[in-house]
Write a protein that binds this ligand. Structure first.
Ligand SMILES: NC(=O)c1ccc[n+]([C@@H]2O[C@H](COP(=O)([O-])OP(=O)(O)OC[C@H]3O[C@@H](n4cnc5c(N)ncnc54)[C@H](OP(=O)(O)O)[C@@H]3O)[C@@H](O)[C@H]2O)c1
Length: 321
C-alpha cells in the first residue's frame, strides 16, 4: 500500500490526516506538525508516494525521492512551484465546487458592500447620523474580472445574476456568453478603462507579480457611478503593491477596496494599509480549503491514478498555474 504525506505550514494537519485515513484505508498517512516540520525519522520520507501540500518546507521536499504526485491543498500552486529543487512529479491542484462557491460568496459580498455604500453608511452610523445617500443600481456598474479561470468565471456569473454588468480579462482569448472578454497585454487597457469594480482572481506567476500597482489603478474608469473605481483582490497578495493601494485609497484614486491577500501574510500590525480609508481587510479567508470536502476529491484522484487513469486538474509548471 502507498504512503501519503500531509505537509502543511500554518494549518492544522490532524483534520486532513483524519479525513484521509477514512478515505484511504490501508494507506500509510504521515503528517508534519503545524509548523510544517516532520516529527518522524526523515529516512522514511524517501518512501512517500503522494504529497498533499500547503506551503511545504523546501528541506522536506528535497527528501521525497520516490514521489509520484504532488497535490496542492489550495487552488493556487505558487506555494509549491516557487520551491527550489521541487521533485520531478506532476502537480495537481484543487478545483472544487465548495471552494468555488465560497469564493463567489466573498466576491458578491464585497461587490455589494461597495455598491451599497457600506463604508459611507458605517461612518454615518459611527456618528449617529441618519442620512440617505444616492445608491446606484448594480446594472449601472461594470465589474471587471481579472482572471477568467474556474473562480473568475463563477464569480462573474454570480455578479451577473445580481445585476452587475461583467467584462473579463485573461491570458488567452475566451468567448463567454453574456460577457465581453479581453485578453493579453493588448486588451488590458481597454478592459481597465471600462471597469468600475475590479475583481482580481489571478494566480501568482512572474507575469502577474505586482500587476495591481499605481499604473494599473490609474487606468480604471474614473467617472463611474461609485464616485471612483473599487478594487477587490482575492487572488494572491504577490500580485498587488500594498503601498500603491494604500496611497490610491488615501488620495481617492480608488473609492474603495477589499483585500483578502497581502504581499506579506500575516499582514504586519505596523503596515500602514490597516489605516487606509474605505478598505475591507480579511485574513486570506475568501475561500478556505475544507479538509472534509477536499480529502474525498484527492482520495479519488489517488485511487484513479493507482488504477492507471489520468490525473485531473494538472498544473502546467512552465505556465506557472
Ligand atoms: N483568497 C483565497 O482564499 C483563494 C482561494 C482559492 C484560490 N485563490 C487564488 O485564485 C487564483 C485563481 O484560481 P482559479 O481556480 O480561477 O485559477 P485558474 O482556473 O487557473 O484561472 C486562472 C485565470 O487567470 C488567468 N491568467 C493567468 N495568468 C495570466 C496573465 N499573465 N495574464 C492574464 N490572465 C492570466 C488565466 O488565463 P487563461 O484562462 O488564459 O489561462 C485564467 O483565466 C488561484 O491561483 C489562487 O491564487 C485564492
Amino acid at each position: 500500500m502507498s504512503t501519503v504525506l500531509v505537509a502543511v505550514t500554518g494549518w492544522e494537519p490532524d483534520a486532513w490526516a483524519r479525513q484521509l485515513t477514512k478515505q484511504l484505508p490501508g494507506h500509510t498517512i504521515l503528517q508534519t506538525d503545524i509548523e510544517g516540520a516532520f516529527p518522524g525519522s526523515v529516512n522514511t520520507l524517501g518512501g512517500v508516494d503522494y504529497l498533499l501540500a500547503w506551503k511545504p518546507k523546501p528541506e522536506l521536499l528535497e527528501r521525497l525521492s520516490g514521489l509520484k504526485v504532488i497535490f496542492s491543498l489550495g487552488a493556487g500552486v505558487d506555494h509549491i512551484l516557487g520551491v527550489d529543487k521541487l521533485p520531478d512529479a506532476p502537480v495537481a491542484r484543487i478545483v472544487d465546487p465548495d471552494l468555488t462557491a465560497r469564493m463567489s460568496e466573498y466576491v458578491a459580498w464585497q461587490a455589494l458592500h461597495h455598491l451599497r455604500l457600506g463604508p459611507a453608511y458605517a461612518q454615518l452610523q459611527a456618528g449617529r447620523q441618519w442620512e440617505e445617500l444616492r445608491q446606484p443600481a448594480a446594472s449601472e456598474v461594470t465589474a471587471g474580472l481579472l482572471g477568467l479561470g474556474v473562480l473568475g468565471q463563477d464569480a462573474a456569473a454570480v455578479l451577473r445574476r445580481i445585476g452587475f454588468r461583467t467584462i473579463g480579462w485573461s491570458r488567452t482569448q475566451k468567448q463567454i456568453e453574456s460577457m465581453e472578454c479581453f485578453h493579453g497585454g493588448e486588451g488590458l487597457d481597454d478592459f481597465l478603462s471600462r471597469t468600475d469594480i475590479l475583481v482580481a482572481l489571478l494566480p501568482l506567476t512572474p507575469a502577474t507579480e505586482n500587476i495591481l500597482d499605481a499604473g494599473l489603478i490609474a487606468k480604471l474608469r474614473k467617472n463611474g457611478p461609485l464616485g471612483g473605481p473599487v478594487l477587490i483582490n482575492a487572488g494572491r497578495g504577490g500580485s498587488q503593491v500594498d503601498s500603491d493601494i494604500a496611497d490610491a485609497l488615501c488620495e481617492g484614486t480608488l473609492a474603495g477596496a477589499s483585500l483578502d491577500v497581502f504581499s506579506q501574510e500575516p499582514l504586519p500590525a505596523d503596515s500602514r494599509i490597516w489605516d487606509a480609508p474605505n478598505l475591507v481587510i480579511t485574513p486570506h479567508v475568501a475561500a478556505v480549503s475544507s479538509p472534509r470536502a477536499l480529502s474525498v476529491q484527492i482520495a479519488e484522484q489517488i485511487k484513479a491514478f493507482e488504477a492507471g487513469q489520468p490525473l485531473k486538474n494538472l498544473v502546467d509548471r512552465e505556465r506557472g498555474y
